[in-house]
Write a protein that binds this ligand. Structure first.
Ligand SMILES: Nc1ncnc2c1ncn2[C@@H]1O[C@H](COP(=O)(O)OP(=O)(O)O)[C@@H](O)[C@H]1O
Ligand SMILES: [Mg+2]
Length: 330
């Protein structure tokens, strides 16, 4: 048999491979298109979206990577667009919102359960064939965004797993011993645990690095995250509470989406109707906009359903002098 060592100039070949795109994990992300997509879905968090789009482009451009593409920590009050950002990133970068894996960390508060849920039960235990809910989907498709919601509620063991995942870009499944690859994944952690403290501590600060340092200090002081975890997070973003005008914009986004679900293009919505919706929303949920979608459904769905029966394609929503909804087919 030929001596493989002599069959070629390995040293030269090694250098050539290094310079080629053979081992290349890099990927070009069009930052402008990504940002446009994020802007189309998320309102009132412009500075965050801009920075995320830039970070994703720069991180994905790296040729060698033995860690996830990037790991983000999203902080801020509930209902301000954190999960929405994770979904929008997944849709644009991986092609389908369904490629997002989402874990609610309040369900990962027990060490044994968290470990078997994420990386599978040990061999011999019930359910070991089906593998982990984190590892198994990664074997099938490693191009995913992984979202850990309310991370502060997770058992410390989950942080150990995260350290491996974010540090080495790999995690071994307990049940099969196979290793899942996370070097093409984006990791997103969210928390609304110390939203108020963070808002207070950073009030008046303008400089991004100053804000970031203040947040990191606070997270470390409050022992929410171990310093090693913070060290592996590429960026921390503080989501802002949503104000009236922004909520109105989100309402129009949601009305347009609802219209589409009925096969209709909504061309116009009278401000009076938007005010009605915002006031109804304020009554049920002083903070956030979780009820907004349901309120808009109550106001607009009956007319939309009727217009669909009439095979209309476009609609404008006006009000009559008594404040009642009037729809004008386009
Ligand atoms: N900034 C925002 N822009 C657009 N929609 C938003 C925004 N914030 C919240 N929403 C909407 O409100 C709902 C809850 O938002 P979500 O992103 O899940 O909040 P959270 O910050 O608690 O993760 C979603 O339907 C989302 O579409
Ligand atoms: Mg959320």
């Amino acid at each position: 048999m030929a001596d493989l060592k002599k069959m070629t100039d390995w040293e030269k070949l090694g250098k050539m491979i290094e310079d080629s795109s053979l081992d290349d994990k890099s990927h070009d992300v069009d930052e402008t298109k990504l940002l446009a997509h994020l802007n189309s879905r998320i309102r009132g968090q412009d500075a965050i979206l801009k920075d995320v789009a830039r970070l994703v482009r720069l991180s994905w451009k790296k040729k060698d990577r033995n860690r996830p593409i990037c790991s983000l920590l999203l902080l801020g009050p509930t209902g301000t667009g954190k999960t929405e950002l994770a979904k929008a990133l997944t849709e644009h970068l991986y092609g389908n919102e369904k490629d997002m894996l989402r874990f609610d960390c309040s369900e990962l508060a027990n060490a044994d359960m968290a470990k078997s849920r994420l990386t599978g039960s040990s061999v011999g235990y019930q359910g070991s064939e089906s593998g982990g809910q984190l590892t198994r989907p990664m074997f099938a498709n490693p191009r995913r965004l992984i979202l850990f919601d309310e991370i502060e509620k997770a058992d410390p063991l989950v942080f150990d797993l995260l350290l491996q995942l974010m540090g080495d870009g790999r995690l071994t499944e307990q049940s099969s011993g196979k290793t899942a690859d996370f070097t093409q994944a984006i990791i997103v952690l969210t928390s609304n645990a110390i939203a108020e403290e963070v808002a207070k501590a950073t009030a008046g600060m303008k400089d991004y690095h100053e804000i970031l340092n203040a947040i990191k200090t606070l997270l470390a002081e409050q022992k929410i995250f171990r310093p090693e975890i913070l060290g592996r997070i590429d960026k921390v973003y503080q989501f802002k509470p949503l104000a009236g005008m922004v909520i109105a914009e989100i309402a129009t986004l949601k009305i347009a989406k609802l219209g589409k679900e009925y096969g209709l293009e909504v061309e116009f919505v009278a401000p009076e109707l938007l005010i009605q919706a915002l006031e109804a929303n304020l009554k049920v949920s002083k903070f956030g906009i979780r009820e907004l979608e349901r309120i808009l459904f109550d106001i607009f769905a009956p007319s939309l359903a009727e217009l669909r029966d009439k095979k209309e394609k476009k609609v404008a929503f006006e009000v009559d002098p008594s404040g009642k909804i009037v729809c004008r087919p386009g």
